[in-house]
Design a binder for this molecule. Structure first.
Ligand code: HEC
Length: 127
């Protein structure tokens, strides 16, 4: 009988661990995007992220066809899905940003910035 209880407890613990692991993973996988209440605009909220991280390359020379000093190019990249694909390092997109001069993959943008850009896109890309 004692043995049975031990086995039962062991199984319960294993099951509990598995269950908690699963919810933790689910949370990171499907973490809801939480956007600020205030309206995000390109000029107030987004532009500086691009100026700091992207326009070294994507400027008037239009690397990959983008000059990210200008909102129309940011919108174009966003509409094609390539912008989020690139900054989220999703499969089948070129991971961005890179660093000069060898164009190696640089660290991902801070999650705060990625979310901000995603929220701006979802709220209609106001200028
Ligand atoms: C050091 C230079 C450099 C920096 C900085 C850089 N990029 Fe790029 N980017 C490139 C190059 C070069 C390409 C062309 C793709 C290739 O040939 O690797 C490119 C391509 C892209 C593409 C097209 C991807 C595709 O799948 O077609 C997007 C979108 C993009 N960049 C966005 C960004 C964003 C957003 C940033 C800033 C967060 C950024 N890039 C920073 C050099 C850079």
């Amino acid at each position: 009988m004692k043995k049975l209880i031990v086995i039962f407890v062991a199984i319960s613990i294993i099951a509990a661990c598995k269950a908690s692991k699963k919810t933790a993973l689910d949370n990171t996988d499907q973490k809801a995007l939480s956007c600020p209440d205030k309206e995000l605009t390109f000029n107030n909220d987004i532009k500086q992220i691009f100026e700091k991280n992207c326009t070294k390359c994507h400027n008037k020379n239009e690397r990959a066809g983008y000059n990210f000093h200008k909102v129309e190019f940011v919108k174009k990249a966003a509409k094609s899905g390539k912008l989020l694909g690139a900054i989220k390092h999703m499969k089948e997109y070129e991971p961005m940003p890179r660093y000069a001069p060898f164009l190696k993959r640089a660290a991902k943008l801070d999650q705060e910035y990625i979310s901000k850009i995603e929220c701006w896109i979802k709220s209609g890309m106001k200028e």
